[in-house]
Design a protein around this ligand. Structure first.
Ligand SMILES: Cc1cc2nc3c(=O)[nH]c(=O)nc-3n(C[C@H](O)[C@H](O)[C@H](O)COP(=O)(O)OP(=O)(O)OC[C@H]3O[C@@H](n4cnc5c(N)ncnc54)[C@H](O)[C@@H]3O)c2cc1C
Length: 446
């Protein structure tokens, strides 16, 4: 993000979301909603005086609420832009920040702003969110956390500067249980989140490097370590003394006095039921499409999988394009993947866009939907719902309009149209009727 911010040809809109997208490849009109920061980016010099005088402390979402920030603060050190913002919902409006700021940057009159611009193509990279599941005592027992919270604890710029402590008493945990496939590959969600097996191995190894005598037990259904060097990494984790136990976890209880977590788990190999008293339990929870991914899918009418991930044109032959020409996917918005795969896909999407930029012409389909018998249209708009390419809209007079650029001539619209208002050029229903009549011409009885 910092690097992108330094690049003059990249314009970044922060604290913003895409509100509306209309148009077609080469001519998209985008409307972005920019939320107020209440501190003017152009005036703030990042001195931090506002945070110093702000009397209200709130949980910091950047650290998964494991650390605190002031209401007037910077969410994290490398934030882009490197300026401060005011979490206005928690503000008590004491205006200490206004008085302290010698740049006159604090501005409570800021409102939501809409910014309109035109683009030729769009790459969606809205990523994933963790499935916050009420299972295994998560959200109830202090010492049950998820991998994302553990990542923040392990981060050198995290709430404990990378030193692992358990939330209840800030003591160093000596026995840690990690539970895999929480909320995935089961009743809640059928999909595999793909990165969790390696993620557990990675974080277990990081803990081991800080606390060599820690006992770390990973309870898994099966370890999925496909990918270059990943099996070797898993092997090295076992050699480092991390214990991997195949089987499912049953019960998770808290000792109310020590706040230790008692985990009952099966060991598929021995057939035994184990009871482990852990200082800390870490859940490898499922990853789902992010709220932003769901929102952009709605705005751009893009197809989604049951978990909300955006559907590609073809999972094997064209995994970067969507069905809307000029709209491409990068990273975990399409399905959880490693950073390496996300970067590869992002580079692929960037190349696909540069091909379009350098082409002077764009080929449209010869066979495509055409609107006929407009007066017969019952305005059920099933065609708009059915079109996988987002090619059909309503014009200002309420009439159906098919984009000649976006239509791929699949015929889905004419199939669902009960009034035959929409027909597929060269494949009209009447043409089929004549064809069938000719094939099965009635032979006069002898
Ligand atoms: C706990 C955990 C640990 C992981 N650790 C590793 C690891 O060690 N190694 C590894 O290879 N992979 C790891 N992964 C996977 C890795 O996180 C993903 O590969 C990577 O984050 C995908 O990048 P992305 O840019 O597609 O999505 P994200 O990183 O999710 O980024 C999406 C961005 O889009 C923004 N956004 C969302 N919606 C909108 C919107 N509407 N408008 C504007 N912006 C929006 C979000 O704020 C976010 O900044 C881990 C995953 C998890 C769950």
């Amino acid at each position: 993000m910092l690097e992108a911010n330094r690049e003059k040809k990249i314009k970044i809109h922060t604290l913003a979301e895409v509100d509306q997208v209309t148009g077609f490849i080469g001519n998209f009109d985008v409307r972005v909603k920019k939320f107020p920061r209440y501190i003017d980016d152009n005036k703030c010099n990042g001195c931090g005086l506002c945070a110093k005088v702000c009397p209200v402390v709130i949980p910091n979402p950047f650290d998964e609420n494991l650390s605190a920030r002031k209401v007037a603060d910077r969410s994290f050190v490398q934030a882009v832009p490197p300026t401060f913002d005011i979490a206005v919902d928690s503000c008590i409006h004491c205006y200490e920040c206004v008085a302290a700021c010698d740049q006159f940057a604090v501005d409570f009159s800021q409102k939501e702003q809409y910014i309109d611009f035109k683009v030729g193509s769009i790459i969606i990279a809205t990523g994933w969110d963790l499935y916050k599941i009420k299972k295994y005592g998560y959200g109830i027992f202090d010492n049950v956390i998820d991998q994302l919270e553990l990542e923040r604890i392990l981060a050198p710029n995290g709430p404990t500067l990378g030193h692992i402590v358990r939330p209840s008493d800030h003591k160093t945990p000596k026995r840690i249980v990690m539970i895999q496939c929480v909320g995935s590959r089961g009743e809640e969600n059928a999909h595999c989140s793909q990165v969790c097996c390696l993620l557990a191995a990675k974080n277990a190894k990081l803990i081991k490097s800080e606390i060599p005598d820690a006992e770390i037990i990973v309870s898994y259904i099966d370890m999925r370590c496909a990918g270059k060097d990943y099996e070797e990494y898993y092997k090295r984790s076992r050699e480092a003394g991390i214990i991997f136990v195949g089987g499912k976890v049953g019960n998770v209880k808290e000792d109310p006095v020590t706040k230790n977590i008692i985990v009952t788990m099966e060991d598929k190999n021995s057939g035994e039921i184990l009871e482990v008293i852990a200082d800390l339990v870490v859940l490898s929870s499922a990853t789902m499409a992010s709220d932003g991914t769901n929102q952009i899918a709605k705005v751009m009418k893009l197809e989604q999988s049951p978990e909300g991930f955006l559907k590609e044109f073809h999972s094997r032959l064209n995994p970067i394009s969507t069905k809307v020409p000029g709209v491409f996917l990068a990273g975990s918005c399409q399905g959880q993947k490693s950073i390496g795969s996300s970067v590869s896909q992002a580079k692929g999407a960037a190349s696909a866009v540069s091909v379009l930029v350098n082409n002077e012409k764009y080929k449209i389909e010869l066979f495509r939907a055409v609107v006929e018998k407009t007066d017969a249209c019952s305005k059920c708009y099933r065609c708009i719902e059915a079109c996988p390419y987002g090619a059909i809209s309503i014009d200002e007079k309420g009439k159906i309009d098919v984009s000649v650029i976006s239509c791929k001539g699949c015929g889905t619209c004419s199939n669902v149209c009960r009034s035959q208002t929409i027909q597929l050029r060269y494949f009209r229903d009447t043409q089929y009727d004549d064809y069938i009549d000719a094939l099965f011409e009635e032979t006069p009885a002898k």
